[in-house]
Design a protein around this ligand. Sequence first.
Ligand SMILES: Cc1cc2nc3c(=O)[nH]c(=O)nc-3n(C[C@H](O)[C@H](O)[C@H](O)COP(=O)(O)OP(=O)(O)OC[C@H]3O[C@@H](n4cnc5c(N)ncnc54)[C@H](O)[C@@H]3O)c2cc1C
Length: 408
Amino acid sequence: MPALERIAVIGGGPAGAFAASELARAGREVLLFDEKLAWEKPCGGGLTDKALAQWPFLRDAPVERNWVSDCELIAPSGRQVRFRLERHIAIFSRLTLNGLLLERARQVGAQLRRERVLQIDKSDGGWAIRTASGGYTADFVVIAAGARNSLRNGFAAPLGPENFMVAAGYYIPGNHHTVQIKFLKGLHGYIWIFSRADHFSAGICGRMQGKSTAELRRLLENSLPEFGLNLDGASFYAHIIPSLTPDALRNSSFAGEGWAMVGDAAGFVDAITGEGLYYALRSAELLTEALLANAPEKYPALAKSDFLPELERAARIADRFYGGEWMAGPVVERMIQLTECSPRFRDIMRDLFVGAQEYSDLRERVYQGLPRIAAETVVSGLRNPFGTGQTTQQGKAGRLAGVENRTQ
Ligand SMILES: Cc1cc2nc3c(=O)[nH]c(=O)nc-3n(C[C@H](O)[C@H](O)[C@H](O)COP(=O)(O)OP(=O)(O)OC[C@H]3O[C@@H](n4cnc5c(N)ncnc54)[C@H](O)[C@@H]3O)c2cc1C
């Protein structure tokens, strides 16, 4: 196959911008299109330690982000637990993160065009790309246009609503160093309060075939006072998050002759947590590896031997996580109870949150640790026969100020 010299990247989010920088750095002629270039794409903006360790420039770049040192989980019953994270999570505003990644691409020679791509057609062994202001050609196209992506249908079968979550939220002035997650009865999703450098991204997500955006918005608004937040100076956002079923993950096509999809466009998001930034960057990295070896056909196999099994596992257990039972109670309630009562279980949760614990051996780790977890839970129950789980009604502000920190 001749070298794929001219590569068009459609979309300048994390997936497209990262692919563009790595390809341009290796000498490929890269043309990146984004209708907005760097923008505040609706997102939590949370990057786990796993992502920061894999791409240290994200940790080291001199740009604004917030470092989160504590995590608070709230169960539907109101039981809650707070614990310290061994390794910190970085919360970026998406304007900052996208700007950082696009600037890296520009500095190594990628051409950035602020244009919306309207159509992509096959032509003379390559591609003809049409935007509102002109036409371009390329040998290979990288579709990195995110979850709301009208271009996908020209390349692969459309994804039905069962493959998406809806998300709504507010950017609210303020900040602290705790990530807060609240689960609600009957919601396949959660509320998050992610604190950035100077504002919170407070949001809620749920299955597209479950609650409407308006219902989710109301649930979030009703919960904000529990977190000491209100809507003064807030701005609303809404978007969709891919949450592919196991079947869709296994069978949807994300690459073909002369093209490939990365990030949200391909549906590469954890179906339980909604984490997509790591997978956007990783899929871009793997596609780049294949393209630089002049073997783009190897990209699907690389993804399948790398992160796809983990995404499939998440997709398989997502329903059970949000709606199932474990140890005679809802999974989420038990998870929060054990996090509160058992140091051993809390370690597992810490690792899950920073990205150090994969789903592949989670079950084994929990079951191997079960005798100790059970013993710790019994001891905790004896010490606190009426339960220590503080409920959300009990003074949020005090806890966040570090006044109350029951668990380490
Ligand atoms: C509310 C919400 C909260 C989230 N929170 C987190 C989180 O905390 N942590 C995490 O890891 N993940 C989170 N995610 C997921 C994460 O946002 C995505 O996985 C990630 O943005 C995917 O990156 P991407 O580059 O594939 O797509 P995107 O970031 O969506 O980028 C796609 C780009 O393509 C451009 N584009 C689209 N169509 C065209 C066109 N026709 N022509 C030109 N340009 C086009 C858009 O302008 C956009 O810039 C969240 C998602 C949502 C919706």
